[in-house]
Design a protein around this ligand. Structure first.
Ligand code: C2O
Length: 596
């Protein structure tokens, strides 16, 4: 090596700040942790003993290596929800879709590069109901020197919304599956892991966010709940929405956010009220006759210099069925669509797909409580059956008999989807995927059905962002509804609510080869089968193929040295930064970056 090169290498290692991207290594130890909420304790599955789990910090263009070590008695896998995973489907995480789950005592290294994304996302377990406690934030800072497209906040805070069950969540879902009926709802909602004081447990504290008068804060909101969409508001304070699902939006002001499981929302809030304590509230949104946990989780905004005996300024959460408030929020979302962050909406479509989403009833001789039948869920009347070999593995190694490619592009029976349900509510079972050629464009209309009950379904697509070009109530009309599509600045996201008794239309480009799960992010509906997958073929170009799987998955002990070069076949030259999960190392400091 020539000495100048050697010096440069040394400089790069000593001052990682000088280079544009880094390799960030994290270790996630999955361990049981006895935890007390609602004045009662239970052991829960956690990452590194934390609930919510540690925040994964990275910067756009960084390569992230997370070694997940499983020390618990469940097999599990972790999904990096919303990360595009360009050509790295092996690191996506849904169990039996892109990998076999990590067995007790084993580990797996997730290796991916963050490309073209910045903002807030979440990670969570993607098997059984383990994500109820195994979840945390992903914070992606813009590239070094690139400012936010809005005034830089004085500080940033991750706010994870969730649910808490007093019982073991695996017992909750297992019991429901045995009976054929719906599972119990949670016992409380949480804000950063805490429900706040409630009548059955008035002594428990809630999350406190300290603020200083005159400063502006960016809240990185995440809904990590299993089964409930939530409203979020702060007494006396307006929120300016600037980003959803790690894409920038045209900023708008609102006093109430609607956020579905799997969605993320960044808001700016200015501490512009008089000193005091202000209530922060997270409460359920449900506009159909379906049981939800109706407790409001509370936290507080605490101004510095507030006198000790000051009372809390309260706020009233929206009514549970406040459809107009929900619609108002959803209809305000627009892509930023600036020169720097254009909305690349596909203007022509190769595949025009129409999927119904909803529930059904299938026979179940052993389901006593359900009178011999059980609730199921389906897309285009197909209830997805989980394979025992991962779909991506079957695809890559040409293993036959794992899945079929006949997922229907249209409903097998046409009926009045939002009117009187058909006489048979039975679905068909299958492990079916829909196959797409590389780089084809897809328009997909997701139509809710009124079978059992109309309901809002937050549908999540792995491996892509999509544009939400249209939305309406009742049955989608392919003749008239497209006239109102927004093909200019529709919001871009990875999880979208299909309104109860209505439809949404989305568009995306199949530019990511692999197998990509799509499912309702209400965990009960996923469990019941409201899921399918797209299989995207390799393209012909040089960087258009799915990369080979990490060697570690096939017998060799997983180790980071093996994993590093896999990204593009050559050694990654960026400095390796071992980041302690949940902490921002100095290389990630965002000061000095805002120029706006
Ligand atoms: Cu956040 Cu497949 O899920």
């Amino acid at each position: 090596m020539n000495s100048w090169v050697r010096i440069l290498v040394h400089v790069a290692l000593l001052f990682p700040v000088l280079v544009d991207s880094a390799v960030r290594q994290y270790t996630f130890d999955v361990v049981m942790k006895n935890t007390t909420r609602l004045c009662s304790s239970k052991p829960i599955v956690t990452v590194n003993g934390q609930f919510p789990g540690p925040t994964l910090y990275a910067r756009e263009d960084d390569t992230v290596l997370v070694k997940v070590v499983n020390h618990v008695n469940y097999n599990l896998s972790i999904h990096w929800h919303g990360i595009r995973q360009l050509r790295t489907g092996w690191a996506d995480g849904p169990a039996y879709i892109t990998q076999c789950p990590i067995q007790t005592g084993q580990s797996y290294v997730y290796n991916f590069t963050i490309t073209g994304q910045r903002g807030t996302l979440l990670w969570h377990a993607h098997i059984l109901w383990l994500r109820s406690t195994v979840h945390g934030a992903i914070v992606i800072f813009p590239k070094r020197g690139v400012p936010y497209p809005f005034p830089k906040p004085d500080d940033e805070v991750v706010v994870v919304l969730g649910e808490w069950w007093k019982s073991d969540t695996e017992a909750v879902i297992n019991e429901a599956l045995k009976s054929g009926l719906a599972p119990n709802v949670s016992d409380a909602h949480t804000i950063n892991g805490h429900p706040g004081p409630i009548s059955n447990c008035p002594s428990q504290g809630g999350f406190t966010l300290p603020v200083e008068n005159g400063k502006t804060y960016m809240l990185r909101l995440i809904n990590a709940a299993l089964n409930e969409e939530l409203f979020f508001k702060i007494a006396g304070h307006e929120l300016t929405v600037v980003e959803v699902d790690a894409t920038y939006v045209k900023p708008f002001k609102t006093d109430t956010i609607l956020i579905a499981p799997g969605q993320t929302t960044n808001v700016l809030v200015s501490a512009d009220q008089k000193s005091g304590i202000y209530m922060v509230a997270a409460s359920p949104f449900m506009d159909s006759p379906i049981a939800v946990d109706n407790l409001t989780a509370t936290a507080t905004l605490h101004y510095s210099g507030t006198l000790a005996n000051t009372g809390t300024t309260l706020t009233t959460p929206p009514p549970q069925n406040a459809t107009p408030i929900a619609n108002n929020f959803v209809n305000s979302l627009r892509s930023l669509n600036s020169k720097k962050y254009p909305a690349l909406v596909p203007q022509t479509i190769d595949h025009n797909l129409f999927f119904t989403v909803g529930l059904g009833i299938n026979p179940c001789p052993t389901c006593k409580a359900g009178n011999g039948s059980r609730a199921v869920a389906a897309m285009n009347n197909v209830t997805f059956v989980m394979p025992t070999t991962a779909l991506l593995q079957a695809h890559f190694f040409n293993i036959s008999g794992v899945f079929t490619t006949d997922f229907p592009g249209n409903p097998p029976h046409v009926f009045n989807y939002t009117g009187t349900p058909p006489s048979s509510l039975q679905t068909t079972n299958g492990t079916k995927v829909f196959r797409l050629a590389y780089n084809t464009t897809v328009q997909l209309v997701l139509q809710d059905t009124s079978i059992l009950a109309p309901e809002n379904h937050p549908i999540h697509l792995h491996g892509f962002n999509f544009f939400a070009i249209g939305r309406g109530l009742g049955n989608y009309n392919p003749k008239t509804d497209p006239r109102n599509f927004n093909l200019v600045d529709p919001v871009e996201r990875n999880t979208i609510g299909v309104p109860a008794g209505g439809w949404v239309a989305i568009r995306f480009r199949a530019d990511n080869p692999g197998v990509w799960f799509m499912h309702c992010h209400l965990e009960i509906h996923t469990t019941w089968g409201l899921k399918m997958a797209f299989l995207v073929d390799n393209g012909k170009g040089p960087n258009q193929s799915l990369l080979p799987p990490p060697i570690a998955q096939f017998g060799r002990p997983p180790d980071l040295v093996v994993a590093v070069p896999a990204i593009n076949g050559s050694m990654v030259s960026a400095p390796v930064v071992i980041t302690q999960a949940g902490f921002l190392d100095d290389n990630m400091d965002t000061d000095a970056e805002t120029v706006v």
